[in-house]
Write a protein that binds this ligand. Sequence first.
Ligand code: NAD
Length: 495
Amino acid sequence: MTVLSPIDALKTLALPGRAVIDGALVEAASGATFHNVSPRDGTVINLVAACEAADVERAVASARAAFEDGRWRDQGPRDKKRVLFRLAELMERDAEQLALLESLDTGKPIRDARAVDVPLAINTARWYAEALDKVYGEVGASPVDRLSYAVHEPLGVIGAIVPWNFPLHMAMWKVAPALAMGNSVVLKPAEQSPLTALKLGELALEAGLPAGVLNVVPGLGGVTGQALALSMDVDMIAFTGSGPTGRRLMEYSARSNLKRVSLELGGKSPQIVFADCPDLEAAAQAAAWGVFYNQGEVCTAASRLLVEASIKDDFLNRVIAVARTMVPGDPLDPATVFGAMVSERQMNTALDYIATAHSQGGRLLMGGRRARQDSGGFYVEPTIFDRLEPDHTLAREEVFGPVLGVQTFTSDDEAIQLANDTVYGLAAGLWTSDINRAFKGARSLKAGLVWINGWDACDITMPFGGFKQSGFGRDRSLHALHKYADLKSVSVTLR
Ligand code: NAD
């Protein structure tokens, strides 16, 4: 069998553009569409249904009807598992297509979409399929004439609003546990990256998920997302994205039905390298990949490097050597390790932060420019600034692009103080050979994820989410199942 190159495969690939509502692939009721642009070359690759309030209402009504008549909620655990495992199998069957859609839509290297995004999304589906009958309730201590117990019950209709950096993977972090608990879902992908969510909706139907249990409504945040979040019949919004949108979602909840809200809002994550680091080369790899992976469009990006002054020059030379291997290239070329930013807007945001860092006195060590402009796509070089001061914009605001800021410290206290000097608290890491320094540091760092002598070294088994303004609520792990359920206490008086 001939294996087509991604670019040849693209010529025959149908790009999904219709919403998935009540078990059917449909246009928006108004017929409206939006242009889906590939950041690879700036071209419009397809027209996608622009769902408006009427479409969202239809999707929510369909999800509600499915929930209330129990067509999914009341299926036994074995039947639910069968469908979710089948979904994982279908995703595996179409893995190459999913990877191609993801790379084309977001600009991420196809090698990452193939090796990371798609396999992790499939693994998430399987993990929650396996976990769904391992959720136990509690029996309370009761007097002899009473039996009291607490059970987890599904919330009802979940609105999942997801971002564009890992579109399929983030969708699955929410859809899989929500479905596993018996909820119905209305998924709203980001307008920059609707393709894999639409494909997921189609595959779920093929897998045997009943109509209405998973609806997918593409469209603009301020229209489709807002309608979903203001709906009186959505029980919870599960969100990953920016802080300003997270604040709006809480406001919409207050203005509508006090729906539950869970927020994953990114960060300004520090990676601390002490002079007693056990492996400077590994730390340099982690420092560079920790911020430049996925073009820096990662909520846990290690965007602040705090390095002990005595090893700074040696360490920075190592980091720069690693970063120099990340040459911006065509995302669809399997050799590319560093692709395009998701949109022209996101590219310009990164370039603006770079200009500000210059003007505030940061010292540019590498990068700093747009790349591959001839392609028409949106590429920015991996960029490193030294001499970052705590009050510099680059030390405080999330760029969500390939820009690293370097600060130095001379004591443990100073390192931890600098690390915690942020409104965010998603991830933090430290490199040391001293076990006391490691554990004390882990305790002192105000972050939902702490990595010692590694970066991003955890998986679906561990909860994922932030402290402080990085949000609340956890994705991944068994905790995510509980997020999509309410606790009901039942007391039976024995007569
Ligand atoms: P965003 O928060 O606007 O978009 C995320 C999702 O929210 C998308 O699906 C979008 O359509 C939806 N949305 C936007 N406005 C909405 C509204 N009023 N009501 C309901 N839904 C709405 O993020 P963005 O503008 O695409 O990116 C801006 C910044 O967000 C980035 O620079 C980055 O800092 C941050 N971001 C963080 C993450 C993360 O993983 N935490 C992911 C993407 C972006």
